[in-house]
Design a protein around this ligand. Structure first.
Ligand code: PEP
Length: 259
């Protein structure tokens, strides 16, 4: 069987200024060091506001930290007259390993369509930044029982025209919108159902070997108290953690699947 290295990614959203970011990453790294964390067994990343990235880069470089980091969004455009946007080249230059693309808050508050998400996936790959592609249904869709078809349609849209050489390194985060920031966590079986369906679709879109290597994360109210049962699911390869990632000690527990 293909071995997938789990990824635990903290999405800070619009929290922590650059000084707070330095303190948070230091505390996370120290806490994980004390726990004897093996980063090759479980990868750790934080997704920080753009204004934090240079500070995080400096800290990670200076202290040779194994914590990875990334941005929460990227422009679909290469460069030019796009006031307020930040390009893939810019975040790549800051050492970002990852960028979240298509987070439900971007889709909802910034009207990001599947076509925009697709363009952002391509923009990230073109600069060798790995997209963490966020997909997942809202409450109405879940109540109607359409979570799998809805989520797979988002996946199809995001990957349109993305070649296998790039798609093989994508990270997909299944984040049911009704579970984000609500304290309402999907059951491990709910998470497995859709994460497994995502992997099966990747096998259809590409091939079984590619699908077996792609990491599929679950996101939505993950905490130290529920992470272990979610990580026990066969098609869940990590978590995208919002609120709980702001506390480095709690996030370190999540990274170690400890309650
Ligand atoms: C998220 O925003 O990606 C997320 C999963 O948030 P929370 O953990 O706070 O539900």
């Amino acid at each position: 069987a293909t071995k997938r290295t789990p990824l635990m990614a903290g999405n800070w959203k619009m929290n922590l200024d650059h000084a707070e970011a330095i303190a948070a990453v230091q505390k996370l790294a120290w806490t994980l060091k004390d726990a004897g964390h093996d980063y090759s067994a479980v990868e750790v990343a934080i997704l920080a506001p753009f204004t934090d990235l240079r500070s995080v880069q400096t800290l990670v470089d200076a202290d040779k930290l194994e914590v990875r980091y990334g941005a929460q969004d990227v422009s679909q455009h290469e460069s030019g007259a796009y006031t307020g946007e930040v390009s893939g080249a810019m975040i790549a230059r800051l050492g970002c390993s990852y960028v979240a693309v298509g987070h439900s808050e971007r889709r909802e508050y910034h009207a990001e369509s599947d076509a925009v998400v697709n363009a952002k996936v391509k923009a990230a790959f073109s600069k060798d930044v790995t997209p963490i592609l966020c997909v997942g249904e809202g409450l109405d869709v879940r109540k109607a029982g359409d979570q799998v078809s809805y989520t797979l349609a988002q996946l199809d849209g995001a990957l349109e025209g993305v070649p296998a050489e790039q798609a093989k390194s994508i990270v997909v985060a299944y984040e049911p919108v009704w579970a984000i920031g609500t304290g309402e966590v999907a059951t491990p079986e709910d998470a497995q159902e859709v994460c497994g369906a995502v992997r099966a679709r990747l096998a259809e879109l590409y091939d079984a070997e590619l699908a077996a290597g792609v990491r599929v994360l679950y996101g939505g109210s993950v905490k130290s108290g529920n992470v272990a049962e979610i990580m026990a699911q066969p098609d869940v390869d990590g978590a995208l953690v919002g609120g709980a990632s702001l506390d480095p000690v709690e996030f370190a527990k999540i990274v170690r699947y400890q309650s």
